[in-house]
Write a protein that binds this ligand. Structure first.
Ligand code: CA
Length: 472
């Protein structure tokens, strides 16, 4: 094993760092477990994917974080598994990232570029991670935000899920008003029916996730828990907001929303532990895009926010744990991306991927267990069909903002402060060519409506100001 690979397996800050020998021993042990358990029969792991929404890169306390951030339960995932420092999503807004996560493919392959494409729905030719797991005999449940289609053919129950509680669209939802809405897709659904519920939506999603685990503890299950927290509108119970005092009202509300989300994650982790399922559960946690400007989130050293192809829009908190297979308390420093979840999960449960299509995601398990050496992705691409594009190749990242080209060395300059395009025209040329080649392979937009409002424009005006006034 190379020294660089050993260096990737460092403990979290504050903990000690593996020596080379210790790392080798730990990895050998992990590999031994892998061989003994296999990936079939009753040893098949449960799968949990937790998606946070518009969650700042610095707003998890197992990452470098401002002092007011405390996410003890999300941190438990990092302690029992792997924290990615370069975990990417394939889009700078919600819906396209979810399309890639669900399919293991660049969403542009099937024409899904922007949040508003969710109104057309994710093409029915796509096979979801839930389709694959249901075929393997898994109980499948989706809880929270869907955002991959508003009509019944695109409903979670038609995309591989046995159970659903949540809302179909758009990007955000009122956290307190859970009564039926004039448009069905804005209402809360249980399975294929609109329902009326009460309470605080984030708490309800935690409740649903826990109930799902209890109900299916005796068979393998796939739980997709897609919080709309901490997406706009900024709303939380007043008694929770009072716990925080940053001097900024919006930040306090955001922290309160995050408090409820973290607590719900804790309830789910507690249930997995109580049921004896935690050890053989493969669990991912990630945000669907970077922290947004409108929810008082913090992306730390990263440049910019949601809607941007700078790192602040696309590099997110990203964790995975599987105590039966993966070493605990590990930091993995290679770039990975949300499409990797599906092939990793398929390998973990022993499912063959359909051979009639190309998968862009990679099975991460060989890399996480030291059996394969990075790079995992030679190239990574971003394109929202809105003039903002980017490509990453090794340490280099090229950003194209409506024709303004910049080049960054992310190993030396994670904050993307120093544009090196003039200094390295050859690298610019190579990355631009790579980006253009990739774009040629993609499908045209499924809903080509230039200027169609995105999710935030649809959801922002009617809820935020009214609610903020009410809460003041
Ligand atoms: Ca989002």
């Amino acid at each position: 094993m190379s020294t660089t690979l050993v260096n990737r397996f460092r403990h979290l800050s504050g903990a000690r760092i593996f020596s080379r020998r210790e790392a080798l021993r730990a990895l050998a042990g992990v590999s031994g477990v892998a061989t003994a358990r296999g990936a079939s029969g009753s040893d098949r792991p449960n799968i949990v994917v937790i998606v946070s929404d518009d969650h700042g890169y610095a707003d998890v306390s197992c990452y470098d974080h401002p002092k007011e951030i405390s996410t003890p339960n999300i941190d438990r995932i990092a302690r029992s598994g792997v924290r990615f420092t370069q975990g990417y999503v394939s889009a700078y807004v919600c819906a396209p990232t979810r399309a890639a996560l669900m399919t293991g493919r660049y969403q542009q392959r099937f024409g899904f570029y922007t949040a508003s494409d969710s109104r057309a729905g994710m093409p029915l030719t796509e096979i979801t991670i839930a389709d694959i797991l249901r075929k393997q005999g898994y109980a499948t449940g989706a809880f929270g935000k869907w955002h991959l289609g508003l009509e019944m053919p695109y409903h979670p129950l038609k995309r591989g899920f046995d159970e659903f509680y949540g809302f179909l669209g758009h990007g955000g939802h009122d956290y307190f008003d859970l009564k039926p809405q004039s448009e069905d897709y804005r209402s809360i659904w249980r399975n294929d029916k609109v329902i009326e519920d009460t309470g605080y939506l984030t708490d309800n999603l935690g409740r649903e996730a826990v109930n799902f685990v209890r109900k299916h503890r005796t068979r393998p299950f796939f739980l997709y828990l897609a919080f709309n927290a901490v997406h706009f509108p900024l709303q939380a119970p007043e008694e929770t907001i009072r716990k925080f005092d940053t001097g900024k009202r919006n930040r306090d509300i955001y922290l309160a929303m995050l408090y409820h989300e973290d607590r719900a994650v804790g309830q789910l982790l507690d249930e997995l532990e109580k049921s004896g399922l935690a050890r053989n559960t493969l669990l991912f946690f990630l945000s669907d895009n970077g922290g947004a400007r409108n929810n008082a989130s913090n992306n730390g050293v990263l440049r910019d926010y949601k809607h941007s192809v700078y790192e602040g829009g696309i590099r997110v908190p990203f964790l995975v744990s599987w105590p039966a297979r993966l070493a605990p308390n590990t930091v993995f420093r290679e770039p990975i991306i949300c499409m990797d979840i599906l092939p990793t999960v398929a390998a973990a449960v022993g499912a063959q991927l359909p051979s009639d299509r190309t998968y862009d995601g990679k099975d991460l398990l060989p890399y996480l267990t030291g059996k394969a050496s990075p790079p995992i992705h030679d190239w990574l691409f971003w394109d929202g069909d809105e003039g903002r594009r980017a490509v990453r190749h090794g340490r280099w990242k090229l950003v194209d903002n409506n024709g303004k080209i910049e080049l960054f060395d992310l190993e030396a300059d994670v904050g993307e402060k120093n544009d090196l395009s003039a200094k390295h025209p050859d690298i610019v040329q190579r990355l631009r060519a790579g980006l253009e080649d990739w774009r040629k392979k993609n499908a045209p937009r499924i809903r080509p409506k230039p200027g169609a409002p995105d999710e935030d424009e649809l959801d922002r005006p009617r809820q935020s100001k009214k609610e903020l006034r009410k809460k003041k």
